[in-house]
Ligand binder design. Structure first.
Ligand code: PA5
Length: 447
């Protein structure tokens, strides 16, 4: 099936002529992308990646994944931002909610843990304890090869591997995904003989889920990457060829920009399945880094329902009204449970006997959408037939292509991220990194 975009619950908030007029602007933005004439045009490799990927490397990824599955109980994936969110979103989105707790025979893949996306000593110490004396491998992912968080984590896990296996075997358990020619990690990988995979030059971090950055951890976690590629291909076909009214990426770019121009400065992505949590985290990076610049943009936020209906639900319904909501609706969840009647109906839930949890969840969603609409919150919805590698990939390509168009609609370069450097400079200065002495003095005066 195909994912669909529905904005019927936003129609009362917009006028027909807004859609008519923005349709042409979206078509222009799409043309800018495809003709590669817009800003950031050296980072458009993601557009054709689903058909233009490196087939030789793809085969090597599968082989490496098989090796990791056969010789490791645990895989530690080290990376941050675009070098981790895609694989985490897919692995958690498509796996059992309690995946790392299952027997290895059931999972048929190693436990996967992420590191290098924070600077917490507690987190790393506890992860080392979780690995214990079990066999493990490391996939270190950094395009630049110089990012502080993954750099620190890699030092620690590299040493752990070396102490456990000796240098030669340790080097066979390290998989490095980085720039094809440049950077500290590339140099180290060449010196030590790690197997390496490439972050393509023309694909920015947040668009890399279909490169080795995403694919190696995803394949090692036992997920079918052929289906993932197929979903990306079909997502691309839809973006390229579907008419405006049946084109989820174009419609989504259009409607969210109409709403933004009407003063809706925040978008809340909502799900009703807990294992979609990291899909929202991935989406937040994609849209936040792409659009939040030059004093402009929609702030991307997310909620997990029905959990957060008991916390942020109050605000969404009734608080200051600068937001709209986009719901990820999984039409056919993987599993279900039928509710039974109890002899003594003390909690008053017997009226649900014979109904399933998914039936309850679906109605929670439908009721919430209408309540939020009544509270002045325009509602958009993506209908995803099933949560599998194929459909998730369609959704990802749709979000990526919509993001490119959406940025162009707002006249920003969606493919750079100048704002992420400011905190790093301050951190380096405070840590005493050579070369940052002047800034250090200025900052210390302010502390
Ligand atoms: O989108 C981005 O560019 C960032 O989020 C990067 O992906 C992140 O900072 C990690 O960078 P690197 O892969 O160079 O370690």
């Amino acid at each position: 099936g195909k994912i669909k975009f529905d904005y019927s619950n936003a129609k009362d908030f917009i006028r027909d002529h807004e859609i008519d007029m923005i349709e042409k602007q979206v078509a222009d933005a799409k043309e800018y992308l495809l003709s590669r004439k817009g800003p950031g045009n050296d980072f458009l490799g993601w557009i054709d990646l689903p058909v233009d990927y490196d087939k030789e490397e793809f085969a090597r990824i599968k082989k490496a994944a098989e090796k990791i599955k056969s010789d490791s109980d645990v895989l530690v994936v080290i990376g941050i931002g675009g070098s981790y969110l895609g694989s985490r979103a897919v692995i958690e989105g498509l796996s059992n909610n309690f995946n790392n707790k299952l027997d290895k025979e059931v999972r048929k893949a190693p436990e996967v843990y992420f590191a290098g996306h924070n600077i917490s000593g507690t987190y790393v110490k506890q992860l080392i304890d979780v690995i214990g004396d079990r066999d493990f491998s490391v996939n270190v992912i950094s395009k630049s090869g110089t990012t502080t968080e993954p750099g620190i984590a890699f030092r620690i896990f590299k040493k752990l591997l070396k102490d456990k296996y000796g240098k030669e075997e340790a080097n066979k358990r390290i998989y490095a995904t980085t720039d094809k020619a440049r950077g500290a990690l590339k140099t180290l990988a060449t010196d030590e003989g790690y197997e390496t995979f490439v972050v393509p030059d023309d694909v920015g971090g947040r668009f890399t889920v279909l490169t080795a950055v995403g694919l190696l951890p995803i394949a090692a976690a036992g997920i079918d990457i052929d289906e993932f590629v197929k979903g990306f291909q079909d997502g691309r076909e839809m973006f390229l060829n579907a008419p405006f009214n049946e084109n989820p990426a174009m419609l989504y770019a259009a409607i969210r920009n109409i709403l933004m121009r009407r003063g809706k400065g925040m978008e809340i992505l909502a799900n009703y399945e807990p294992n979609l949590h990291f899909i929202s985290e991935w989406w937040k990076q994609l849209y936040g880094e792409s659009e939040g610049k030059d004093g402009k943009g929609i702030f991307p936020a997310s909620v997990d329902f029905s959990t957060d209906l008991h916390s942020l639900g109050q605000f969404i319904q009734d608080g200051s009204s600068n937001h709209f909501e986009t719901v990820l609706n999984v039409e056919e969840p993987e599993l279900d449970i039928v509710l039974e009647a109890e002899e003594n109906d003390l909690d008053g839930l017997n009226y649900l006997a014979g109904k399933t949890m998914n039936f309850v969840n679906q109605n929670a969603m439908k009721g919430t959408i209408l309540a939020h609409v009544d509270g002045g919150v325009p509602n958009l919805r993506f209908d995803i037939p099933k949560m599998d590698a194929y459909h998730l990939a369609q959704l990802f390509y749709t979000f990526e292509s919509a993001c490119g168009m959406s940025g162009y609609l707002n006249c920003v370069n969606p493919f750079d991220q100048p704002g992420v450097e400011a905190y790093k400079k301050n951190m380096f200065a405070l840590l005493g990194k050579p070369g940052f002495e002047d800034r250090r003095e200025d900052l210390l005066k302010r502390l």
